[in-house]
Structure formats: structure tokens, C-alpha cells
Design a protein around this ligand. Structure first.
Ligand SMILES: [Zn+2]
Length: 308
């Protein structure tokens, strides 16, 4: 496979300006009263990371009326072999908005240059505000030991916010959270300093087509190959294009299958041995040591899928 399993963005170009603030490319959807529904916010470094890691479970939460928001912490403006800058950022924003529509969730892209994310106090405030504004019960993000600096610092920023969201005089412009959310990590394959250890694995068989549809509209990154693609990635010929889109779809189906295979033992804990054996596609998450630590009963309330 030409593209890497986590992200299609390998930063190779410098962008022009470091913004002095982090204006958002999309207006935030205001949080509303929860009415017994869960509120989940997922962070990814680039406009495709959340969709890859949590697109399935997000669609399942949304189908039950829970509120899910994806945030891309950078604008993805160097994530293509041919295009860069503002026009690419706008294209990628439009792609994740189309994906969000398919999944039934909200989405936002922060206007920070791709490949330049740093764990600054300003960015810590921004992530803290976003979690508070969403009134999150649960926060998902990458682990901070990843090959890509933007992924790594997204992980650090979310960790740095994990306690600060509850501190009244940090960012007093947005009311602090009275209850600390549960923080969870996406899976990865990095072994050092410690491997990913899932605490929950969810079957996404019921929504796999929806997830594949959502990934399918992120054309700049997948069919066109993102930063490591070329003019050959998506040929001009319509028949060959069709084949390419199918190839991308099949690749992602396989990838979600490998998650189910890798974490089959964890699926058995949630679904029992017989049902787990039949699960084809899955997503898995590890609970962060920071934030609220849910017990088994709360975990079942946060992931209300095991009896479906
Ligand atoms: Zn990424």
C-alpha cells in the first residue's frame, strides 16, 4: 500500500505564516442541553484522522441521538503532492464537512498550519475551550507517541487539557466543566515507550458502509494519495477512477477488519465469545490515565452498543 496506515500527511513543505491566533475555518455548532444524551468530542491532527479512527463509533453514537463532534487541529494545508495553502485547506474542510454529513455529526477545522502544530499555551487554551464548549462527557484523541509531529502534539494538547477543563480560572471566558470527561486514545502500532492497550472494542459492522462512504469523500487524501501521492494515484480515465475508488474502499474495509482481528479478545469481553467471533469490523480505544476513570458499568453506558 502506498499510503501509511495512520495519515496521508507527511509534512515536507514549510507553510508561510504562523498564525498569532487560531481562527476556526468552520463555525462551532453551539452545544445544547444534553437531555440524557452523551456528548463526545474527537480530536485529530488533520482533516481525515478522526474519520479514520472513530468514524464508525461516531455514526453509531449519532444514530442513537448522542452528539458527536470531530475537530481537526490543523487545516491540512500541505497534505497534497500537487496543491498547498489556502485552496487545499478549503478543499479539505469541504471534504470533512461532507464526511460529517454522512456520519450525522458536527465537524470543525482549526486554522493552524499543517506540519507546524506545537503544544503552546495558546493551543492548550483552544483545546480546553473546545472541550468545555461541547460540554463533553468523552474526549477522544491520539496517543502522544506517534510518528507525525502534528499527531503527537495533538495527543499532548488533549492530555494537557484533561485536567485544565475543570479549573475555573484557566480560560475563565468559557465556563469550566464540573465533571471531568473520560479521555480515550485511538489505536496505533507504536511499541515505545508502551504499546496501545484497548479497554473497549466496538463492532462497527452495522455502519461499515457509512464509514467507507465518509472516507470515500476525502478524495484529496485517499484516492489522490495526499502528500505522498502523484498524478498516477487517481488516473483521468473514468473507468480507472472507478477502480481506484473501489481499491481505496477495499483497503479501508480490510483495515477495519484487522482492528477486529487484533482486538478479538477485547470484543469477546463486550459481546461474548459467540457474537465476537462473527464481528468483521471494529474500532478500539484505550482509556487515558488522566480525566475520569470509568468503571465497567459506566463504560457500558458510554458505549451503549454491546446489547444491540
Ligand atoms: Zn494525520
Amino acid at each position: 500500500m502506498k499510503y501509511s496506515p495512520f495519515c496521508w500527511l507527511i509534512a515536507t513543505l514549510g507553510a508561510l505564516l504562523v498564525p498569532t491566533s487560531t481562527p476556526r475555518l468552520a463555525a462551532a455548532e453551539p452545544a445544547t442541553a444534553s437531555e440524557g444524551k452523551l456528548r463526545i468530542i474527537c480530536f485529530g491532527a488533520h482533516p481525515d484522522d478522526c474519520e479514520l479512527q472513530a468514524g464508525g463509533v461516531a455514526a453509531m453514537w449519532a444514530a442513537k441521538g448522542h452528539k458527536v463532534k470531530f475537530v481537526s487541529v490543523t487545516n491540512g494545508d500541505i497534505g497534497h503532492w500537487r496543491d498547498a495553502g489556502g485552496p487545499l485547506a478549503l478543499r479539505r474542510k469541504a471534504e470533512v464537512e461532507a464526511a460529517a454529513k454522512i456520519l450525522g455529526i458536527a465537524t470543525e477545522v482549526l486554522d493552524i498550519h499543517d506540519g507546524e502544530l506545537l503544544p503552546t499555551v495558546e493551543n492548550r487554551r483552544e483545546i480546553t475551550r473546545l472541550i468545555r464548549e461541547w460540554k463533553a462527557d468523552m474526549v477522544l484523541g491520539p496517543r502522544p507517541n506517534d510518528y507525525h509531529p502534528d499527531h503527537r502534539y495533538t495527543g499532548v494538547l488533549v492530555q494537557d487539557a484533561a485536567y485544565m477543563v475543570t479549573v475555573p480560572f484557566f480560560c475563565p471566558d468559557v465556563p469550566h466543566l464540573k465533571s471531568n470527561p473520560v479521555f480515550l486514545y485511538y489505536p496505533d502500532s507504536f511499541q515505545k515507550p508502551n504499546p496501545f492497550r484497548p479497554e473497549v472494542a466496538v463492532s462497527i459492522d452495522s455502519v461499515i458502509e457509512k464509514k467507507l462512504d465518509a472516507l470515500g469523500v476525502i478524495v484529496s487524501q485517499f484516492a489522490e494519495g495526499g502528500a505522498n501521492g502523484s498524478a498516477d494515484s487517481l488516473p483521468a480515465d473514468p473507468e480507472k477512477q472507478k477502480l481506484r475508488h473501489q481499491e481505496v474502499r477495499d483497503g479501508f474495509a480490510k483495515r477495519n477488519q484487522s482492528v477486529a482481528d487484533r482486538f478479538r479478545a477485547k470484543l469477546e469481553e463486550g459481546y461474548g465469545e459467540d457474537r465476537a467471533a462473527k464481528i468483521k469490523y471494529a474500532e478500539a480505544f484505550e482509556i487515558c490515565e488522566y480525566g475520569r476513570r470509568p468503571d465497567k458499568a459506566e463504560l457500558a453506558r458510554l458505549f451503549p452498543f454491546f446489547a444491540d
